[in-house]
Design a protein around this ligand. Structure first.
Ligand SMILES: Nc1nc2c(ncn2[C@@H]2O[C@H](COP(=O)(O)OP(=O)(O)OP(=O)(O)O)[C@@H](O)[C@H]2O)c(=O)[nH]1
Length: 669
């Protein structure tokens, strides 16, 4: 039997710290497992050979005994806990997690924030009615920013467990993931979780699910993922209700067709792709070709995730697993790509819309000497998060940095936190902006950096119109907060507001679904925080892209002693220019150190000054004489001064410490 300490160490490495850089060599055990910065892990060659010897015979699992499914739910409704229970009940992982530490949630930020960022896949074997089944769980993240990951995970499934917390009911994210799953034609298994809690209202919530999703209440499973109650019924429902993957081998003359739906990067082995086999058989040594790039590869290793990598001799029609084929760069692995055998042809899979960056920000090192290190860290992180776009940016105020595009603000926060946690990076991040469309008389330009935004008040720039991205926002909230929510939305330029009751009539504190069209720029800053505080934490929020709309926007520039500071430029709606201008100059006034002369701080739109504060001059040198006398102290002082000079930025004749930008940009207005 495995020593508990060793088992825990393994689990921590394999499951708890997928991206942590560590190797564990337990006492008295020569086996070495190590994790790199991504999800992949490695075993020594001898242990890989041992694993291969006891690898599951994949030929014993034809399509009809395979079920590919996902769990979809709002944040915190219990996806990861349910996944853990399924892994335990099928014997895929030992029953052990007394501390309720999750098996599939891995990143440090995921644990700290209690959210899942990157989807995980796990294959389970389960006997039911004298038949052995292969159940492939494809875990999905639960936040609006990661709906792209949800969509791509669902493309490899035939069914989804729709999990709803019996104390909270349907939430905004439940609705949006449900629609994605429905669109993909998946069979939905509705489940009410957390029925062990005294506050659970299963009947009420079942009625709500019926009215919202049209599901029959008698089809809804009642479970507690925490205590394990009802989990067997979930496994049974997966087998009985979700169809097996359709067999396409006959149609394709048994030709290999593999759908690449996710990838990760491993320092030692290169790209590890997750594939779903649509037809034929994939084996080690196979020569395969990508339909997206026409590049050819040789399969060097493959297997299933269970939940760690288990090598197998083959992967067959309907099965889901990992493959290594000598891709050196993660850019070669196109999510949505179809792979086939060299010399054979197959119909390509429909593929995916590329993830679109919706929020942009500049990232600069606090110490400009750290740029090379920062860029290297960003590069390494983007290997595990391909949805981030990166380009170089340089600013007179902040020096050399990178401009990054994110799927949303949470995505940006998670990325920054990972950068700080995993790479020890001390960074300044500029105010987030959305991509604006500037229509000129003769052309159109997408602007994702305020520095590039033209002065619309200057007619010689020939700007006809400025458009901004808008979203369809959904808020679910108990009815007593409806007024507050409507006020909040109005204050953020919401239009086309509309609402409806989600609960059947006669319920006290019924839930309302409030819908509105809102500018994306209004929700990328602190909208979510305000929503939570003004609804005492009860509101849930989700949004989807709704295209572009013309808007009255302009660039606001901040001048310190008459000189513009590029890193602080903002795009504002003209109706808010006074308020925004005043708030920012106040903030700058607080943070900028006093100089030997008076410094005006101004906010300007075009040539018009909309707000101003004046920083009074520093009085005569009060520190003179303080350092007199002691030679060593004097030297130390000079040393310190040199160090802080190095970090100073000159804006005209004003000296600004780099840290001041950090304070300005990280504090909320
Ligand atoms: N009492 C009770 N608590 C539960 C149950 N299922 C999950 N929880 C708790 O609810 C919290 C959220 O559960 P998770 O499994 O992390 O939720 P999740 O849906 O994976 O969340 P994301 O990863 O953010 O998408 C955790 O504190 C769990 O311990 C349950 O059946 N009963």
């Amino acid at each position: 039997m495995m020593h508990p300490a060793w088992r825990d160490a393994c689990l921590k490495v394999l499951l708890g710290g997928r991206r942590a850089q560590l190797a564990v060599i337990p006492e008295g055990n020569t086996r070495v497992w190590s994790c790199s910065h991504d999800r992949g892990f490695h075993t020594s060659p001898s242990s890989r050979a041992a694993q291969r010897a006891q690898a599951p015979a994949m030929e014993d699992y034809p399509s009809e005994v395979i079920r590919n499914f996902s769990i979809i739910a709002h944040i915190d409704h219990g996806k990861s806990t349910l996944a853990d229970r399924l892994l335990e009940l099928t014997g895929t992982v030992p029953k052990l997690r007394k501390d309720n530490q999750q098996v599939l949630d891995k990143l440090k930020v995921e644990r700290e924030r209690g959210i899942t960022v990157k989807a995980q896949t796990a294959s389970m074997f389960y006997s039911y009615m004298n038949k052995r089944y292969l159940l492939n769980l494809i875990d999905t993240p639960g936040h609006v920013d990661f709906s792209w990951e949800v969509a791509r995970s669902l493309a490899a499934c035939q069914g989804a467990l729709l999990l709803v917390d019996a104390t909270q009911g349907v939430q905004a994210q439940t609705l949006s993931v449900f629609h994605v799953a429905k669109e993909k034609g998946l069979v939905i298994v509705p489940i009410l979780n957390k029925i062990d809690l005294p506050a659970a209202q299963p009947e009420l919530m079942a009625a709500q699910m019926q009215s919202t999703f049209g599901v029959d209440p008698s089809d809804i499973l009642h479970i507690s993922a925490k205590t394990g109650k009802g989990i067997e019924n979930v496994l049974q429902a997966i087998i009985e209700r979700i169809p097996p993957p359709a067999s396409a081998s006959a149609k394709n003359d048994n030709r290999l067709k593999a759908f690449l739906f996710d990838s990760s990067y491993d320092r030692y082995r290169g790209v590890i792709s997750l594939v779903s086999i649509q037809s034929g058989v994939l084996q080690k040594g196979d020569r395969i070709q990508s339909m997206a790039t026409s590049k050819r590869y040789e399969v060097t290793d493959l297997g299933i995730m269970s939940p760690e990598e288990k090598p197998t001799a083959s992967l067959r029609e309907g099965q889901v697993g990992w493959m290594v084929c000598g891709m050196k760069d993660s850019a070669e692995a196109h999510v949505g790509d179809t792979m086939h055998r060299v010399g054979e042809t197959v119909e390509p899979m429909p593929g995916f819309k590329l993830a679109k960056a919706m929020v942009y920000a500049g990232i600069f090192p606090v110490d400009s000497n750290d740029f090379v290190k920062l860029e290297e860290s960003i590069k390494r992180l983007t290997l595990t998060d391909r949805s981030v776009t990166v380009s170089r940016e340089s600013s007179t105020a902040l020096g050399q940095g990178c401009r990054l595009g994110f799927l949303g603000t949470l995505h940006m926060d998670v990325f920054r936190q990972r950068l700080e946690d995993e790479y020890d990076a001390n960074v300044i991040i500029t105010a987030p902006t959305v991509p604006y469309k500037v229509i000129y008389r003769d052309r159109e330009q997408l602007v994702s950096n305020p520095t590039d935004f033209p002065d619309v008040t200057d007619t010689s720039n020939k700007v006809v119109e400025v458009q901004e991205p808008v979203v369809n926002a959904s808020i679910i909230v108990p009815e007593e907060y409806l007024g507050e929510m409507m006020d909040l939305c109005f204050a953020h330029r919401a239009e086309e507001m509309d609402y409806r009751y989600l609960d059947v009539s006669g319920v006290t504190s019924s839930r309302i679904l409030l819908k509105a069209v809102m500018p994306l720029s209004e929700i990328v800053t602190d909208f979510f925080d305000k929503l939570k505080s003004r609804s005492s934490g009860f509101a849930s929020f989700d949004y989807e892209d709704a295209g572009y709309k013309a808007s009255n926007l302009a660039k606001m520039v901040f001048l310190i002693n008459g000189k513009p500071v590029d890193a602080l430029a903002l795009i504002v709606h003209r109706s808010a220019e006074q308020a925004v201008g005043r708030a920012w100059v106040k903030k700058l006034h607080k943070v900028i150190p006093r100089q030997l002369f008076e410094v005006p701080i101004q906010a300007a739109i075009g040539k018009k000054i909309v707000a101003r504060e004046t920083l009074s001059a520093m009085r005569a040198d009060v520190t003179a004489g303080l350092y007199g006398g002691h030679h060593e102290r004097k030297l130390k002082h000079l040393e310190n001064q040199k160090e802080s000079k190095r970090r100073m930025k000159k804006i005209g004749s004003v000296d600004l410490p780099q840290e001041a930008f950090f304070d300005i940009l990280s504090s909320k207005s």
